[in-house]
Design a binder for this molecule. Structure first.
Ligand code: FEO
Length: 393
């Protein structure tokens, strides 16, 4: 990684991970990622903002060596997850005077998971400040973006917000700044959908808090830095708003073509009614794409064949995932086919208790769809159109 100065005496010292394709053994990373860390040198003290994934600690140490850093006084831990805190033990070994600056909750997590000695901590409170001499660190607690201990660090002299995971994106890039690149916004939306969406109410409050700050640069711990802060803040205001779009997401799979025929028909029926349909064949889809579609949609329709009296496991997975991601969808339904019976609808409904949705009448048929089944799908499309009309979307 190339060390770069982002403001006078503030350097990017993080690591780019070009190769990682799966995060937490769950989240696809089509564009890789980065673990951003920043070194701030005040007149009297030097602070490192977050570290890197422990597998990249050699990059961080080498970056600090390249800058000739002999002493680090503070390592700010905005978040305990290992992709940002995992190299803290290496930093503490290398810089024996360094103290870990964080909140009580994060301190406990770092002691539990990384065995950081308690004596190495300096705990701070929400709104607390720490002077580096001409540069001041201000700590803003922002729980649940996306863990309970998460916080942000603001540097008022340079108007920089170090936001850690919040507002980040999984991208490995030679560029440092996002500018107004739509590709970055797409990656940020994917990141929001997969990681932040379950905490939408909290995120909205944090955004309100940030509106009071004079921010010229947002420096997250993944992806590119936002040199036009409103570029990402406006997008977050949209994604976290209560407004839903005239869109239907259809996660589905099909074994012998009956459910597929139903999905194809419903997609056409929705398009004819001016509704955007987004089908996702779950055996080939990237779940990040599905998560992104759930950010805006008003309705989700699960499509499944009946397998051993229940939904196909891929559809059950999609239902469990949607339940965990807590999108702001308002309506849900199920379509699908069976050979001799089953309880698919009840089982799928029991998998989405977090979703405060109105369940629209499902269309469950025997075998391949016939004329009356297509009529039922038309009726479902009519109902969706009518329901969306009430939203003004
Ligand atoms: Fe990038 Fe929650 O760690």
């Amino acid at each position: 990684m190339v060390v770069r100065e982002i403001r006078k005496n503030i350097h990017y010292v993080g690591a780019i991970d070009w190769d990682l394709r799966l995060f937490d053994q769950l989240i696809p990373l089509p564009d890789g990622t980065s673990y951003n860390a920043y070194l701030i040198q005040g007149r009297t003290k030097t602070a490192l903002i977050d570290t890197v994934d422990p597998r990249q600690k050699h990059v961080l140490l080498s970056n600090l060596e390249e800058l000739g850093i002999q002493t680090i006084d503070y390592v700010v831990a905005n978040h305990a997850e290992h992709d940002h805190s995992g190299a803290i033990p290496a930093i503490l070994d290398h810089y024996p005077k360094a103290q870990v600056v964080t909140n009580e909750k994060c301190k406990t997590m770092l002691i539990d998971s990384l065995l950081v000695p308690e004596a190495r901590f300096k705990t701070i409170k929400d709104g607390g400040k720490l002077s580096l001499g001409g540069k001041t660190l201000e700590f803003i607690f922002a729980p649940w973006v996306h863990w309970p201990e998460t916080m942000l660090t603001y540097l008022p002299e340079d108007h920089i917000l170090f936001s850690c995971d919040f507002l980040g994106s999984h991208i490995a890039s030679s560029n440092l700044y996002a500018g107004k690149n739509p590709d970055v916004l797409r990656a940020a939306k994917r990141y929001y959908a997969e990681i932040m969406m379950p905490f939408r109410p909290m995120i909205k409050k944090h955004l309100e808090k940030l509106a009071k700050l004079n921010i010229e640069l947002i420096a997250p711990s993944h992806g590119l830095l936002y040199d036009h802060p409103d570029f990402i803040l406006d997008a977050y205001r949209d994604w976290t708003s209560d407004t839903v779009k005239n869109e239907v997401v259809i996660p589905y799979t099909s074994m012998w073509g009956s459910t597929k025929a139903m999905v194809d028909y419903l997609v056409s029926a929705l398009i004819k009614r001016g509704i955007t349909a987004k089908p996702f064949q779950l055996s080939v889809t990237d779940i990040g794409e599905l998560a992104m579609a759930l950010v805006d949609a008003a309705t989700v329709v699960l499509g499944s064949p009946t397998v051993l009296t229940g939904p196909h496991p891929l559809v059950a997975y999609a239902a469990i995932l949607a339940n965990a991601l807590r999108p702001k969808i308002r309506f849900a339904s199920v379509i699908g086919s069976y050979g001799w019976g089953g309880k698919m609808v009840d089982q799928l409904a029991s998998m989405i208790p977090n979703l405060k949705v109105e369940i629209l009448p499902p269309v469950i048929i025997k075998g391949y769809p016939k004329e009356k089944d297509f009529e039922a799908l038309d009726k479902l499309a009519d109902t969706i159109q009518e329901k969306h009309g009430t939203l003004g979307s």
